[in-house]
Design a protein around this ligand. Sequence first.
Ligand code: IMP
Length: 443
Amino acid sequence: MTVTIVGSQLGDEGKGALVDLWGGDADIVVRYQGGDNAGHTVVEGGEEYKLSLVPSGAVRDKVGVLGNGCVVNPRTLFDELDGLQERGLDPDVRVAKRAHVILPYHRRLDGIEEEVKADSGVKVGTTGRGIGPTYEDKAGRRGIRIGDLLDPEVLRDRLEYAVEQKRSLIEDVYGLEAGDECDVDALHEEFAEFGRRLEENEMVVNCSDFLHQRRQEGDSLMFEGAQGTLIDIDHGNYPYVTSSNPTAGAAATGSGVGPTVVGQGEVVGIVKAYLSRVGEGPMPTELDGTDHEESLADFIREKGGEFGTVTGRPRRIGWVDMPMLRHASRVSGFTGIAVNHLDVLAGLEEVKVGHAYELDGEEIETMPATTERWAACDPVLKEFEPWPEVDWAEVAEEGYDAIPDAAQDYLDYLSEEVGAPVYAIGVGPDRAETVELTNPFDR
Ligand code: IMP
């Protein structure tokens, strides 16, 4: 049995809480893409854990796997593991030998390219973690993989080739000075040491084989997508995207489990009850046009804690964008959805949804495939009856019927438009503050 969790919007939908809730029924939680750009906050028993690389499930005693589709910064990995250990946890994390390694020069180049792009007004607003340059090297067949860290000679050969190329990019193309990030000896020493540590702690796996064997033994898997559909490099609003595929198809390629296995399981889209965006790019339902909209956005931002986990940046806020959700549901084949942060909208005087777009005088219900056309869309808003503030902890305890009627109507609408039932509703940040209708592992 597998359950795949996918962000339906622009990331930060609160996937961690659901991964954590349902991950309890999985034996293994697998990340299949992305790296330490993926801020997730897991609240467990009143304790808050902020992670960017380690799979959320590792907080709950599950085996956490970073699949071959991930890009791994060993500095972050060991910082997070050490931090969890200091707080009394003993996370079991495995890393695919085929996963690519983020090196210091990737972060440097991420920063340089963003600055250059900013001068031409085409900045992506990346997290600065070196994600894009690492995936570039992967596709350019000059990447360094986790398996290479275990063999000092191979590591040196690969570094010598890659670093020369980075140095000339930094110096000859950008006219800057290369620094420590291009010191082959220092990189070799530090990263070979990471290799030793990974091996010593038996963290390195042949991911496909490992997962296959564990499935044969009857283990169930959860695939934890990072980021969201609209920042998927293929299905998102290119170029304002990350460099991997957060959508469900990548659960197969990014872990070495067949698509039939993922497809026979459940695919749950995580939806935030409003929209947030960190970074550049269009957002047709953004609340930023008038003072009134801005104060609504400020209210939602503060109440929902909409500040980047990784970067601390305030997130842009908007209403739910339905063409976006229809697209997300199609691309990943949602079998169910979970709607988070329903409590954040409580007590507002108005609740709206971008039901469709108006583009060139026509009403459309699908997102245009180019970012420029998407940016030209005006939202066709649908208004909902607002719901009052209630004691959400009590709602969480009592269950679905305790959710105010107007909020239930809102959920029905989302479910109908997306074409998938609501499996869970988040009404507060703690895992216990979730109203569960269906556990996908029981289906
Ligand atoms: P990168 O992944 O750091 O290259 O950033 C590319 C784009 O994806 C930027 O717009 C980032 O803000 C966005 N992004 C990356 N990771 C996340 C995330 O976990 N949540 C929300 N946005 C993200």
